[in-house]
Write a protein that binds this ligand. Structure first.
Ligand SMILES: CC(C)(COP(=O)(O)OP(=O)(O)OC[C@H]1O[C@@H](n2cnc3c(N)ncnc32)[C@H](O)[C@@H]1OP(=O)(O)O)[C@@H](O)C(=O)NCCC(=O)NCCS
Length: 200
């Protein structure tokens, strides 16, 4: 009851009209919602993503902020989802139309999954992935793709199907491991959420 009240307060826009998918939340599980509905910790999320992926590529924090700002959407891609753990910002993930130039014809793609270090190992990454699949289903997609260069076992253990590499990918260093996950009507939107369809 208290958790439900906290959740109602945390995602203010979701309580009007309900034109959003709801992601299952329960005690001992992260609270997941749209960055578009809660930008209080926007700077922190941008800093995480910049440190993990942009800075090593020589990209600026401002570039990352611009990209993340573009993901403050709900019913069309790209979309960022965020996770809280007991009120603290804990993780983020994106669903975007494309992510790997060798596979421009498939999508959407789960991208930039990040769980802050103190919160790892609690199932937040797994729940963010589940929420992303629910979001993809809600948006009418049948499958979700991703690639990783160093987390192959993580996605294998979560039931993702590893796809054979394309010749162009075999020439890349490091080699991208490409995964696909089907999105079924039963896989999302979140069970029992009563989530409506987005506008056509
Ligand atoms: C990878 C990452 C998202 C995992 O987040 P997390 O919240 O710690 O993951 P979870 O707690 O949900 O773990 C889910 C399962 O995967 C396992 N797992 C977690 N990290 C793993 C890893 N690096 N390799 C293999 N398995 C892993 C967990 O043991 C758990 O298994 P279980 O369900 O049997 O207990 C997090 O470590 C992270 O943000 N890393 C830096 C960014 C990154 O690498 N992102 C992924 C890019 S492809």
């Amino acid at each position: 009851m208290i958790a439900a009240a906290k959740r109602w307060l945390r995602w203010p826009l979701t309580r009007f009209g309900g034109a959003r998918p709801r992601f299952a939340a329960a005690d001992g599980r992260p609270d997941i919602g749209f960055l578009a509905d809660d930008s209080r910790h926007f700077d922190l999320f941008a800093e995480w993503l910049h440190a993990e992926w942009s800075a090593p590529r020589g990209e600026s924090l401002e570039q990352r902020r611009t990209a993340l700002r573009n993901q403050m959407r709900v019913d069309r891609l790209p979309v960022a989802l965020i996770a809280y753990w007991e009120g603290s910002p804990a993780g983020i993930v994106s669903l975007r139309q494309s992510d790997l130039h060798t596979r421009a014809h498939v999508g959407p793609w789960l991208s930039a999954l990040y769980v802050d270090k103190p919160f790892r190992g609690r199932g937040i990454g797994r729940d963010l992935i589940g929420a992303t699949l629910s979001l993809a289903a809600w948006l009418g997609h049948r499958e979700v793709w991703l690639f990783t260069t160093d987390r192959r076992s993580f996605y294998e253990e979560l039931g993702w199907e590893r796809m054979p590499p394309l010749p162009a990918e075999l020439r890349q260093t490091p080699l991208p491991d490409v995964f696909r996950h089907a999105v079924s009507a039963g896989g999302g939107p979140a069970a029992g959420s009563g989530a409506p369809r987005p506008p056509a």
